[in-house]
Design a protein around this ligand. Structure first.
Ligand code: HEM
Length: 412
């Protein structure tokens, strides 16, 4: 349950609001950000929470142990109707506080290390190359979500987890159903179908131990009285399968749009491939694909910048706005791939697209590598790529926090 809203707050800013440009936040958020770092906003159910648009305040709050990520708490805010579905309460890792969070994260960390991700790079390059071969073979126009942006992260996460890619049409459709659901009931139905599928897959792996992938490795560590129960494992599989492909595919799609619409920046990137990692971080900063760095509930009163966040009040950190805090990023609405400071979280000039603190994205090394490969292979092989529809006619996803496009028609 969210905090009841006093009658005088009924005219509070309504969250979320749709974008009008794929790489810029809603104009309403911009207006809010200009008023200060912390705001009360009104959710779909009429309840109010805090929205954080200041970078320093976001870092302080996301690093504060008095902020809980526990989705099973009654006072945890449901930012969208679908997030009221029981399947999200709790969701593995991201929705747990220490000590359970830390135990499960430690179990998974080796599979997402920089070393592990580097070892995967050549096979992702080969995959992207094959997908471009196929695009070129079919000829323009092409549909870039279905034929490029989605298959890359979807195949990579399937391989990493040990989920058969042959089942991709099913798990992609269910993920879409879960993340685009307009109601808790629809989200629950899609989530339950995914749960049953992964539960069955884990049963197969229990019967045939020794297979490849994270799930086969973890099956051997299940202990009902220990750190990893079988239910934990299904929850982890669900979180990784969903988290591992939708965000990255939409980031590839919106990143491609952003580059195509800034030909000077694309030319600079093609002229100096050394700038690729910085360009990927600048795209992550600008696009802020999830629009949210984290949602929490305060477990005690917290004083910050002259405000008091009361125990039981919800807090949402906006990545699109903290990534445009003028105290940290100069000329923040300008896309500039040579902007410094994207990657080093300790510098304090880091974008918050992957969150901050103990829940900072586990898959960020993997996502960065997939993005680097996806952009470089695509624009190396098809330098004249352009949108096949006007920018304002792109079928964008609306009504949520996760930004994206349903399809991305391109030609060359
Ligand atoms: C561009 C792509 C991605 C973006 C923008 C993104 C964004 C985020 C954000 C903002 C968080 C923090 C949420 C919070 O603090 O509440 C997070 C956490 C997480 N992400 Fe990602 N993510 C991406 C890709 C991935 C991939 C490829 C995986 C791989 C499976 C992944 C797995 C996770 C997990 C497991 C967590 C929870 C970590 C924890 O609670 O300790 N993400 N992600």
């Amino acid at each position: 349950m969210n905090t009841p809203i006093p009658a005088e707050d009924e005219r509070l800013f309504a969250y979320p609001q749709d974008r009008s440009c794929p790489w810029q936040p809603s104009p309403g958020y911009r207006g809010l950000g200009e008023q200060g770092p912390l705001h009360r906003v009104r959710l779909w159910d009429g309840k109010s929470i805090w929205m954080v648009t200041g970078h320093a305040q976001a870092r302080r709050l996301l690093a504060d142990p008095r902020m809980s990520a526990d989705r099973s708490r009654d006072d945890f805010p449901a930012v969208l109707p679908r997030l009221d579905a029981p399947i999200f309460k709790p969701i593995a890792i991201i929705g747990f506080d220490p000590p359970v969070h830390d135990i499960h994260r430690r179990l998974l960390a080796p599979d997402f290390s920089l070393k592990q991700v580097r070892a995967l790079r050549a096979s992702v390059e080969e995959l992207a190359g094959r997908l471009v071969d196929e695009l070129l073979r079919k000829g323009p126009p092409a549909e870039l979500v279905e034929d490029y942006a989605l298959p890359i992260p979807s195949m990579v996460i399937s391989e990493l987890l040990g989920v058969p890619y042959d089942d991709h049409a099913f798990f992609e459709a269910m993920t879409n159903g879960l993340l685009q659901a307009k109601s808790a009931q629809d989200a629950e139905a899609a989530g339950q179908a995914l749960w049953d599928y992964l539960d069955g897959l884990i049963t197969t792996k229990e019967r045939e131990p020794g297979g490849a992938g994270v799930l086969s490795r973890l099956v051997g560590q299940v202990d009902e009285d220990g750190d990893l129960t079988r239910e934990d494992l299904v929850r982890i599989a669900l979180a990784l399968l969903i988290g591992g492909h939708d965000t990255t595919s939409q980031m590839i799609a919106l990143g491609v749009v952003t580059l195509m619409e800034h030909p000077d920046q694309l030319a600079a990137l093609r002229a100096d491939p050394g700038v690729l990692p910085a360009a990927v971080d600048e795209l992550l900063r600008m696009v802020s694909v999830t629009d949210v760095s984290g949602v929490r509930v305060a477990t005690e009163d917290i004083e910050i910048d002259g405000h008091v966040i009361r125990a039981g009040e919800g807090v949402l950190v906006s990545s699109s706005m903290t990534n445009r805090d003028p105290a940290v990023f100069s000329d923040p609405y300008r896309f500039d791939i040579r902007r410094a400071g994207g990657h080093n979280a300790a510098s304090g000039r880091h974008h918050l697209t992957f969150g901050f603190g103990i829940h900072q994205c586990l898959g960020q090394n993997l996502a960065r590598m997939e993005l680097e490969v996806a952009f470089s292979v695509l624009f190396d092989r098809i330098p004249d790529l352009r949108l096949a529809v006007p920018l304002d006619r792109l079928p964008t996803r609306g009504g949520g926090t996760m930004q994206g496009v349903h399809t991305l028609p391109v030609e060359w």
